[in-house]
Design a binder for this molecule. Structure first.
Ligand code: DGL
Length: 258
């Protein structure tokens, strides 16, 4: 059962890494839309169109499941993609919500993400639909560029983390959902500053979800990674996250079909 995974760019490699670690023999096709990143500050219509194009491209490989690694795309485009494709389409929101509800004790949950993800209220709506909890949200737009610059555990990053998170941590949350592909790379910094928080990382949440739904199967273990534009940040993060799997560059026109 080959799986397609797409993201606006490099952050989704955190999801690819976890899935690959748990299912080394599953064929994985990853598309990072590096030419059009970020999705986090684009309109819902644009994110839906880009997501359909990424999905269509991966569907061409005969995939049996499509994972939307990008939280912004999961927030805006999941329904449309589920209608469009006749295979399971899995976003990161639901697995993250399920995991957070499993681990929270005081039922106060924080959610951080891009402007788009927080504006869509996708996590908040889903948490409140499933349980009687309090939800505190905060967009953290500076986290993505900090991670892309490799500023993962330095003093500026710590100041920015505190600036964004102090406010919601003061609400007595015990669980924090990292609602953005890039944020798992800041997990250690967040843990250091707020050691009492339980952190939900979508890459782990989605891997557990795939395991419990028995989606991946053993195959040849083919791994292919595509990007729509070269990016020094992609190369840096790719080495850090997944080592030397080669990256294939596409022309944007190969995926722009809409
Ligand atoms: N992949 C995006 C997300 O998880 C973050 C980067 C972007 O804004 O495109 O929401």
């Amino acid at each position: 059962m080959p799986i397609g995974i797409f993201d606006s760019g490099i952050g989704g490699l955190t999801v690819f890494k976890e899935i690959n670690k748990s299912f080394p023999l599953t064929n994985l096709y990853y598309l990072g839309d590096t030419a059009r990143v970020p999705y986090g500050n684009k309109s819902p219509e644009t994110v839906i169109r880009y997501s359909l194009e990424c999905g269509n491209y991966l569907y061409g490989f005969g995939i049996d499941a499509l994972v939307i690694a990008c939280n912004t795309a999961s927030s805006y485009a999941l329904k449309t993609l589920r209608k469009e494709f006749d295979i399971p389409v899995i976003g990161v929101v639901e697995p993250g919500v399920e995991l957070a509800l499993k681990i929270t004790k005081n039922k106060k949950i924080g959610v951080i993400g891009t402007q788009g993800t927080i504006k869509s209220q996708s996590y908040k709506k889903s948490l409140l639909e499933k349980a009687d909890v309090e939800v505190f949200q905060k967009p953290c737009p500076l986290f993505v560029p900090l991670v892309e610059e490799g500023m993962i555990n330095n003093h500026i990053t710590k100041m920015v983390v505190k600036e964004y998170l102090d406010e919601i941590v003061k609400k007595d949350i015990d669980t924090l959902i990292l609602g953005c592909t890039h944020y798992p790379l800041l997990k250690e910094t967040i843990k250091e500053l707020y050691p009492h928080l339980q952190i939900v990382d979508s890459s782990q949440a989605i891997t557990e979800y795939l395991q419990s739904h028995h989606i991946p199967k053993e195959e040849e273990g083919i791994k292919r990674i595509f990007i729509t534009d070269e990016s020094p940040a992609f190369e840096k993060l790719k080495k850090l996250l997944i080592g030397n799997i080669p990256v294939e560059k596409l022309q944007l026109s190969e995926i722009c079909t809409l």
